[in-house]
Write a protein that binds this ligand. Structure first.
Ligand code: LLP
Length: 385
């Protein structure tokens, strides 16, 4: 396994820590940008997936723009040198302060999520003597068939402007001289494994496009959001998402107008498999009919298993044992939900062993916190390690 070559270096570091294999990141970005270039597509990296500045710099260098969901994300993208013209800003609850700083920064587009927000952006832009580029984030009422907490495109979800409010939204846009409508945007969820969902998403976009066309509205761009899944079950064997199939699906089903640009917002699929959470085994303890492996990493470092019951493959990268056992792998935090896997099959595991938790590069470090006053895990990178 490729991780074993780093074990000696890992042993010198204080655990838990995040480890990023930059070769994996590089290969992923190479394939992604090769295909998007082929189709002439534009990509904004969804910074929420991982806002570690070193990772962001690599993604910036690969030529992607930024998809932000807070003023601080916009500021970080600007500070790192992302061209304002490649920054989009989504989110249902943009504050006045965030809108003003983004106007000041001259970002490409606010992805507006309500009729009222269009009005507010117009008023703030007027006060500043500016015109805001906006896109309408539309709610297509489509189930992404993914983890329910990260499904965003059904009518009952808080995201986007619903079809029934579209006429009102367009009327408001027409009454607002300080906003310029550039395009429309849809994002229905994350970790979407079924390509048929993307076919349906294209059909929804085609229908929306016709609606605007019938009203003589020219849309310079359409934005298809993110959502491409990664392989959580076989992260080392299959580290790169099926980008070819995904983009082919989009290309074959999306009706693009002449001169129109097509944008995407990939997050997880770019960064997840390059990241590992490396943790030491503190204790192995007998429980009722089972054994607990107690790690020094917890839900404060990687919250996905506790929050979404997500499964992350784990490897004991120091054990030489041939025999395997089922363990209940938990963290040190004072909550029973602080569990990585109730039935993890690992070689006989002992205090001091190192475990690598895979697929942790997306929504891992960025969602870590100091609950129980734990320290935030440091990050290390190959090949510098
Ligand atoms: N665009 C918008 C507007 C989004 O809200 C998101 C993710 C993306 C793009 C990127 O989607 P991706 O390519 O990463 O699927 N914390 C959760 C995931 C939350 C996703 C939020 N929005 C998790 O750990 O699974």
């Amino acid at each position: 396994m490729q991780l074993t070559r780093f074990v000696n270096a890992f042993k010198r570091l204080e655990t838990p820590f995040y480890f990023y294999d930059l070769d994996i990141l590089d290969q992923t970005l190479r394939l992604y940008t090769k295909i998007t270039r082929k189709y002439g597509y534009h990509a904004h990296y969804a910074m929420k997936a991982n806002a570690n500045p070193q990772i962001l710099e690599i993604i910036h260098r690969a030529g992607l723009g930024a998809d932000c969901v807070s003023g601080n994300e916009v500021q970080l993208a600007l500070d790192l040198g992302f061209d304002p013209d490649t920054i989009v800003f989504a989110g249902v609850g943009k504050t006045d302060k965030e809108i003003k700083m983004s106007l000041q920064g001259g970002i490409f587009s606010f992805n507006c999520e309500s009729v009222q927000e269009i009005q507010v952006i117009n008023d703030l832009a007027a006060q500043m003597g500016k015109t805001a580029g906006i896109s309408l984030r539309l709610n297509p009422d489509l189930d992404a068939q993914t983890i329910k907490q990260i499904t965003t495109g059904r009518s009952k979800d808080k995201f986007g402007i619903s079809g029934k409010d579209l006429t009102e939204a367009l009327n408001v846009v027409n009454d607002c001289p300080h906003v310029k409508l550039l395009g429309i945007h849809i994002h229905i969820g994350s970790q979407i494994t079924d390509m048929d969902v993307f076919v349906k998403l294209c059909e929804k976009m085609n229908t929306f496009q016709k609606w605007f066309e019938q009203r003589n509205v020219n849309l310079e761009h359409i934005n298809m959001g993110g959502g491409v899944a990664i392989d959580y079950e076989n992260p080392l064997g299959n580290p790169i998402s099926p980008f070819e199939t995904y983009f082919e699906t989009i290309h074959n089903n999306l009706e693009v107008r002449k001169g129109q640009k097509v944008h995407f917002e990939p997050g997880r699929s770019l960064v997840a498999q390059s990241g590992f959470l490396i943790s030491s085994v503190l204790y192995v303890k007998k429980g009722q009919g089972k054994e607990f492996v107690i790690l020094d990493a917890g839900m404060n470092d990687l919250i996905r298993p506790a929050l979404y019951q997500a499964k992350h493959v784990m490897y004991n990268i120091t054990s030489k044992a041939k025999r395997k056992k089922i363990y209940d792998v938990v963290g040190p935090v004072c909550e029973s939900s602080d569990r990585f896997d109730e039935f993890a099959k690992l070689p006989i595991t002992e205090r001091g062993d190192l475990l690598a938790i895979c697929s942790a590069g997306a929504y891992g470090q960025v969602m870590s916190m100091r609950y129980n006053q734990k320290e935030l895990a440091q990050a290390y990178y190959s090949p510098e390690l």
